[in-house]
Design a protein around this ligand. Structure first.
Ligand SMILES: [Zn+2]
Length: 505
């Protein structure tokens, strides 16, 4: 009994000493080094680091140098390489034409589509039907008297509302949650969706502004959706020209009667979209600190290093997004190595993952999740860092305390992730941990919006830490001079200590 107490006392003193030592290590985060690394990654020379570019390669070589300096193990090519090649499939638009009656229109001349969601389409002279909002429901059914099989279906956006703005299906001013028109129309065998968008001009200008960005196939999205073409009011009315109706009069009739107005439009449409696919390669950078217990599995500390590249001579520097997260994992690699050198090796193996292709649809992280170093069941948790060190639009000038970090934790296997995070923060005593984005209305977008998502799909618990959105988000003005390096440093210390906690729990 006595001996046991002594032994316990010894273990506890050791734990306490270790915790103190790890906290001391956290304090060596260097603002000067963070600046140096961030200014390089977000420099003109790296040209916005778009996936597969020279800038992407230079960034990955820079990260590798840091991993080497800090004695991270290289997991590929018999321990000689940190590169994991990601194969991606680029979509190239070769042709796009919409033919209404006799008139031919090129893409964005009153119609358009998102390259991400559309594949090649070749439809000639197919009949057109108008089917309201594309809803099939016990209260309201746009398909009761109409067959859409093999047809192009002209739709309005939204749900039926009365003249006071109350939605018919929910009875409130909030739209009801119903199954998407795409699913309904696919099940009914329609061939094409022609969606009238009353904000066509604004939407098309946003889409055309981002047209410099190449689009890739997204491997985790199902591609069995019907093609959706967006139409301006003018094109929608051309389709309706042989009836005595306009797209707005149809919308008004539904509002007035709260009844479907579906009918067969006396017109045909042809749609030719030709997309070919080319294969490209780009680098993930993966480094490893081996844990002391080879049976305890691994944790993945991740950030993406790619960004949007450049549009002509305009560079999208991507300082916050996500040079900041990249320098964070580089700094944590240095801190972890310091801990190992002082005799504190983490129990679990820590995999440092710097992904490419996040901006193109989580391509690097998806690839790593399907070609991992450890089996997914042995992956204890993911800690993903995407954007740090800026004060976002909510906190700027509105909230007194701008020492904060947004967190999103999904710990489906009860691995104590939230506790690990809050305990780390208590020790550092610096940041307000803001759970704003854990609210159900934001959760899904947040979850899908960064590299934790492919692992979440495989059931791996995760923590995401970030600083939220500033007005420079995805703009050429996201530059390194705008980073708050004190805040970045505090957020990195938090990520380091949290990583330590989940690697040792
Ligand atoms: Zn981004």
């Amino acid at each position: 009994m006595r001996n046991l107490t002594c032994a316990l006392l010894l273990i506890c003193t050791h734990c306490f000493g270790q915790k103190k030592e790890i906290q001391n290590i956290a304090s060596i985060v260097s603002i000067e080094r963070l600046k140096k690394n961030l200014y390089y990654l977000a420099s003109e020379q790296l040209e916005g680091r778009v996936m597969g570019s020279k800038g992407d390669t230079l960034a990955s070589e820079y990260i590798i140098n840091c991993f080497k300096e800090n004695h991270l193990a290289a997991p590929y090519n018999n321990g000689t390489s940190y590169f994991q090649t990601v194969n991606s499939y680029r979509k190239n638009l070769l042709q796009s034409q919409l033919i209404i009656g006799e008139k031919k229109y090129e893409n964005w001349n009153g119609w358009g589509f998102g390259m991400r969601s559309v594949e090649s389409v070749l439809l000639d002279n197919i009949p057109v039907v108008f089917a309201g909002y594309g809803i099939e429901n016990s209260l309201y059914n746009d398909f009761a008297n109409i067959d859409v099989k093999g047809k192009a279906v002209l739709l309005l956006t939204g749900q039926p509302q009365d003249s006071t703005g109350i939605y018919l299906l929910s009875g409130t001013k909030q739209a009801a949650i119903i199954s998407s028109y795409q699913n309904v129309l696919r099940d009914k065998g329609a061939s094409l969706i022609l969606l009238y968008n009353n904000r066509f001009a604004a939407e098309s200008s946003i889409q055309q502004k981002s047209a410099f960005q190449a689009v890739y196939k997204i491997p985790f999205l199902q591609n069995n959706n019907l093609p959706v073409i967006m139409l301006s009011e003018e094109r929608a009315n051309e389709l309706l020209a042989h009836s005595d109706k306009s797209i707005k009069s149809l919308a008004r009739d539904i509002t007035k009667t709260l009844r479907p107005q579906s009918f067969v439009v006396n017109n045909t449409v042809s749609c030719h979209i030709k997309i070919d696919i080319t294969e490209e390669k780009a680098p993930n950078v993966i480094g490893v600190i081996n844990g002391s217990d080879s049976t305890a599995g691994c944790i993945i500390l991740s950030a993406h290093h790619d960004h949007l590249g450049k549009d002509g001579n305009t560079i999208y520097y991507g300082a916050v997004d996500n040079a900041s997260g990249t320098v964070a994992i580089m700094e944590i690699a240095m801190l972890m190595n310091k801990a190992v050198e002082k005799g504190f090796r983490p129990k679990r193996t820590i995999i440092f993952a710097s992904y490419t292709g996040e901006e193109k649809g989580l391509l690097g992280s998806y690839h790593f999740s399907t070609n991992p170093l450890f089996p997914v069941e042995k992956t204890h948790a993911v800690l993903n860092i995407d954007m740090m060190g800026r004060v976002d639009t909510f906190y700027t000038g509105k909230r007194a305390d701008s020492n904060y970090a947004y967190i999103l934790v999904i710990d489906s296997l009860n691995r104590g992730l939230r506790k690990a995070l809050f305990t780390a923060n208590e020790k550092l005593g610096k940041l307000k941990l803001d759970t704003y984005y854990e609210q159900p209305q934001f959760m899904q977008r947040r979850l899908m919006g960064s590299d934790q998502y492919p692992f979440y799909l495989k059931g791996v618990p995760f923590i995401r830490i970030d600083c939220g959105f500033s007005k420079d988000y995805h703009q050429p003005t996201d530059t390194p001079d705008k980073i708050n390096y004190e805040l970045l440093s505090d957020q990195i210390k938090l990520a380091f200590l949290t990583t330590w906690n989940i690697a040792n729990d």
